[in-house]
Structures are given as structure tokens and as C-alpha cells.
Write a protein that binds this ligand. Structure first.
Ligand SMILES: NC(=O)c1ccc[n+]([C@@H]2O[C@H](COP(=O)([O-])OP(=O)(O)OC[C@H]3O[C@@H](n4cnc5c(N)ncnc54)[C@H](O)[C@@H]3O)[C@@H](O)[C@H]2O)c1
Length: 349
């Protein structure tokens, strides 16, 4: 087992990575109080037998799978079920699933009785390398991604790579979106992805990315929990990616890959990113996009760019702030007028 201790002003959290981690840690975490499990319909079906063994008669809410259900309405249903189950302040919320379950169950934990403790058990590549760590919780609202939420650190994160064995290829691709983001920020992850860009469908290789990605994120979150500085680096590809995700209804990870492609090109054109490094990063992005390819390969910037204005990272001036890769292991902020952003986008997607 590999462990990482994440200390922020608000919480000391333990992250444990390894096959069998649930059997090793869960018993102690469940003991002593009434708990609550949130999972989704796919995970509940695939892991029905294991859930019964692991969680016994723990009250459970099975939300319908999918980003379209990461809403206030589902959050309300979860909170109602927690009230009905009689969960007390000492109770723990266990989030078993991908980033959607993690984000919404984390927000339920953050708000129920002004905060009960939360344990994340991520089951997708995206959630294992990224979303389960760092305490961002949210639901989508009013056509804006993650616009209602809270920073709320989980008490523990239990990452068992064996969950990836049942993950469909298109979900592997979603995780690659966040892995490529880390490549843009961390030299070692960049080298690993560049040297293995023909192995992006190989689970054995992908599992080796979990620890370095989580370690990178933990370091960044520890330095800047509330995203006033260094944590903005984790938004590379995300301003454009979120806009694409909302308008074209592609998955989060695939949208981030398209966002990375566009923003890396914008950064090279603006002189913010080294040309040869930008080209290598584009090779990694292209290789990730070739996994489980979808029909959607062209985007009309006029149709989606306006969504970038509403992104949480931008202020009311209407300017677009992008976090972009500059050179190996280094990122910078690029600030563009909306018109400049739009015209550059049209050239690169
Ligand atoms: N909080 C953060 O810091 C953060 C960071 C990145 C992304 N996110 C959020 O994460 C979400 C995307 O997460 P995701 O890609 O995990 O999506 P997801 O949770 O929708 O999971 C993807 C699909 O895989 C299924 N699934 C989950 N585990 C499985 C398994 N082991 N085997 C088979 N199927 C399985 C799910 O039921 C779902 O259909 C977005 O809402 C995004 O905004 C949050």
C-alpha cells in the first residue's frame, strides 16, 4: 500500500492506494457510528455482491448514473434519505463511484448538519487520479458546471486500482484527460506519458499513473487549498473543456482533452508555450483522443466559446484567463480578451 498524508488548514486527510485497501481500512471506518453510502446505478449493479459484503446494512442512496444527475435535485434526495436514515453528526458519508458520485456525496457531507465526515472510494480512472483528492465538491446548476459547491476535504480516500478492471474504454479515455493535465504540470508524468503514448489503453500502465498524479495534486492542494494561486494550475484545459462539455455533452475527460488541445495551441501561438514542447504535448493529447474515438472531431467556436465567460475562473470583465503549459513542468496564466480568445479558438479546433 502507498499512503499520502494531505494536511490543509481545514483537515488532515489520509490517502491510501493499493489493491485490497477497502478490505484493509473499511471495517475501522464503518465501526462505531451510523454511516451512509452514496453510489450510482452502474456501480451498484456491477459491485452488488461486494457492496453487500463491505457495507452490510448501511443505509444507501443509489443515484442514477451520469453528469446530468449531478444536480440540486439529486443532492436534495440524498439529504432527505440521510435525514430519513437518522444519520447523526458523528455519521460518515461514503462516496463509492466516479467523480459525479464523489462531487455530490462530498457536498452532501459538507452540508448535512453543517458537515459530517466523508470517505471517498473512487472507482474510475478520473476519480482515482484526480477528483477524489483535494476536497472540491459541487453540483452543476443553471447550465454552469460545478457552480454550487464547497471546499470540503475527505477524511480518507481509499483508492483500489482493481476497480479499473471493469471500466469501459470510453471511461478510461475520460481519465486520460486529467492524466494529460498532470503531464502539462509535472515533468515525470510528462515523461511517463510521452514514452508510453502507445499504451494508453493498457490498464497495467494506467494504474502506475495513480500515485504520481495523486501525489502531485496533494502537493498543490496542500500549498493552496482554496485556489488563490498554485491550484489554478489544475485548470489547464478546463476553461475551454468545460465550455465544450456543456454545449456538446461530451464527457468531462474527453472535453478536457479537446480543451488541452486548443489551449496548448493558443499558448504556443501567444508565445507563452515553447514550440517543441507544445508539439510533444500535442502528440500525447492526440494519442489520448484516439482511444475509444467519438464521432465528434470538429467544434464551432461561435457555438460554445461564450460558455467560457461564465466559467468560475473568470471575473465579470469578460476576459478569459487560461492556465496553460509553458515548458516542461512549468505553467503560466494567459489572459485574453473574449474576442481574441474566440478568434484563436477558431484557428485551432
Ligand atoms: N472534484 C474535483 O476536483 C473534480 C476534478 C475533476 C473532475 N470532477 C468531476 O468528475 C466528474 C466526472 O467523473 P467521472 O469521469 O468519474 O464520471 P462518472 O462519475 O460519471 O463515471 C463515469 C461512468 O463510469 C461508471 N463507473 C464508475 N465506476 C465504474 C467501474 N469501476 N466500472 C464500470 N463503470 C464504472 C459510472 O457509473 C458512470 O457511468 C465530473 O462531474 C467532473 O466535473 C471533479
Amino acid at each position: 500500500m502507498q499512503t499520502i498524508q494531505l494536511s490543509t488548514p481545514s483537515m488532515q486527510g489520509l490517502i491510501t492506494i493499493g489493491e485490497g485497501v477497502i478490505e484493509e481500512r473499511l471495517g475501522a471506518l464503518l465501526q462505531g457510528q451510523k454511516n451512509f453510502l452514496v453510489t450510482d446505478s452502474n456501480v451498484a449493479a456491477i459491485y452488488a455482491d461486494k457492496i453487500r459484503i463491505w457495507f452490510g446494512d448501511t443505509p444507501t442512496f443509489v443515484m442514477p448514473a451520469g453528469e446530468e444527475n449531478k444536480t440540486f435535485s439529486t443532492l436534495g434526495d440524498i439529504l432527505s434519505a440521510m435525514v430519513e436514515a437518522g444519520i447523526r453528526r458523528t455519521g460518515r458519508v461514503f462516496a463509492l463511484g466516479g467523480g459525479v458520485v464523489g462531487d455530490i456525496a462530498g457536498l452532501a457531507a459538507a452540508t448535512y448538519m453543517r458537515g459530517v465526515s466523508c470517505v471517498q472510494i473512487p472507482t474510475t480512472l478520473l476519480s482515482q487520479i484526480d477528483s477524489s483528492v483535494g476536497g472540491k465538491t459541487a453540483v452543476d446548476h443553471g447550465g454552469v458546471k460545478n457552480v454550487v459547491g464547497a471546499f470540503y476535504q475527505p477524511q480518507e480516500v481509499l483508492i483500489d486500482p482493481a476497480f479499473l478492471d471493469t471500466l469501459p474504454q470510453r471511461e478510461v479515455k475520460c481519465g486520460l484527460g486529467e492524466a494529460v493535465k498532470y503531464a502539462a504540470l509535472d515533468s515525470d508524468i510528462f515523461d511517463a506519458l510521452y514514452q508510453n503514448k502507445h499504451r494508453f489503453a493498457d490498464l497495467a500502465f494506467l494504474k502506475t499513473l495513480i500515485y504520481p498524479c495523486v501525489a502531485h495534486k496533494a502537493k498543490v492542494v496542500q500549498a493552496d487549498e482554496k485556489e488563490t494561486g498554485e491550484r489554478k494550475s489544475l485548470n489547464v484545459g478546463h476553461t475551454t473543456g468545460h465550455a465544450i462539455e456543456l454545449v456538446y455533452r461530451l464527457s468531462h475527460g474527453e472535453s478536457v482533452l479537446w480543451g488541452m488541445k486548443a489551449e496548448t495551441q493558443i499558448a504556443v501561438d501567444a508565445g507563452a508555450c515553447e514550440k517543441s514542447y507544445g508539439a510533444q504535448l500535442q502528440e500525447i493529447i492526440a494519442s489520448a483522443l484516439s482511444i475509444a474515438p467519438t464521432q465528434k472531431t470538429a467544434f464551432d467556436a461561435d457555438n460554445f466559446a461564450y460558455k467560457a465567460k461564465a466559467d468560475k475562473k473568470n471575473d465579470e470583465s469578460g476576459r478569459i484567463n487560461l492556465s496553460v503549459a509553458a515548458r516542461k513542468g512549468v505553467w503560466v496564466g494567459v489572459d485574453l480578451t473574449f474576442d481574441d480568445y474566440l478568434s484563436r479558438l477558431k484557428e485551432c479546433l
